[in-house]
Design a protein around this ligand. Structure first.
Ligand code: AMP
Length: 211
């Protein structure tokens, strides 16, 4: 399998971004992530799409899903341009899963399993270095450099109230997507509560086995 087509599923905070970065480096594929694409276009005018709000920002800041029409277009465009990819943050509901099936075939579907309280702890403690894009955690992975520590910021939607809402939305909308791939027999579960290196060992082995 030269250029694998990989889907990575898991709740917010399960480690999809971290493991996707490893996958990109090891397997030389594109990282297609709707969360980053939307954050870079938070104020894009979507008023012609007959949606409740006029930009993605209102949905994202409340932890709600951005309308399918917007997200499907982003993914369709990105997948058309990629040979191999790791898709992260999509599909978030069954309608998106059905859209994806029309767009492409998948070689591997991974699911990172992490318990609820661990997810809340990871997300509310997550910090971002706005200069390098590096992700830290106040407790698990604080920066050594004091200057870096002082400039760290929190993602707008990582406050506890929004985190709880994002997890509620995940359970309601995205867990059926996990069941969909489970019933299809393609889902490969990985224990996401191990150390990042241990998770990566399992992720890498799972992708290689699917080759
Ligand atoms: P993430 O970085 O994946 O946690 O995504 C951050 C936010 O972007 C989510 O809370 C949603 O508001 C929005 N978003 C990302 N991916 C999707 C998607 N596939 N469908 C709808 N909204 C999305």
């Amino acid at each position: 399998m030269a250029q694998p087509r990989i889907l990575i599923l898991g709740a917010p905070g399960a480690g999809k971004g971290t493991q996707s970065a490893n996958i990109v480096e090891e397997f030389d594929v594109e990282h297609v992530t709707t969360g980053d694409a939307l954050r870079a276009n938070k104020d894009m005018d979507i008023s012609d799409m007959d949606t409740e709000y006029d930009t993605p920002r209102e949905y994202m800041d409340q932890g709600e899903l951005v309308p399918d029409e917007v997200v499907n277009a982003i993914v369709d465009e990105a997948l058309t341009q990629a040979d191999g990819f790791v898709l992260d943050g999509y599909p978030r509901n069954l309608e998106q899963a059905e859209e994806l099936e029309e767009m492409t075939d998948l070689d591997v579907v991974l699911m990172l399993d992490v318990g609820e309280e661990e997810l809340v702890h990871r997300l509310t403690g997550r910090r971002l270095d706005p200069e390098t894009g590096e992700i830290y955690h106040v407790e698990y992975n604080p920066p050594e450099d004091e200057e870096v520590e002082e400039r760290l910021v929190q993602r707008d939607d990582d406050d506890e109230e929004t985190v709880r809402e994002r997890l509620r939305v995940y359970h309601e909308n995205t867990e059926p997507v996990v069941e969909y791939y489970e019933e299809e027999g393609t889902l490969e579960r990985v224990d996401g509560e191990q150390t990042p290196d241990e998770v990566w060992e399992d992720v890498k082995a799972t992708i290689e086995d699917a080759a």
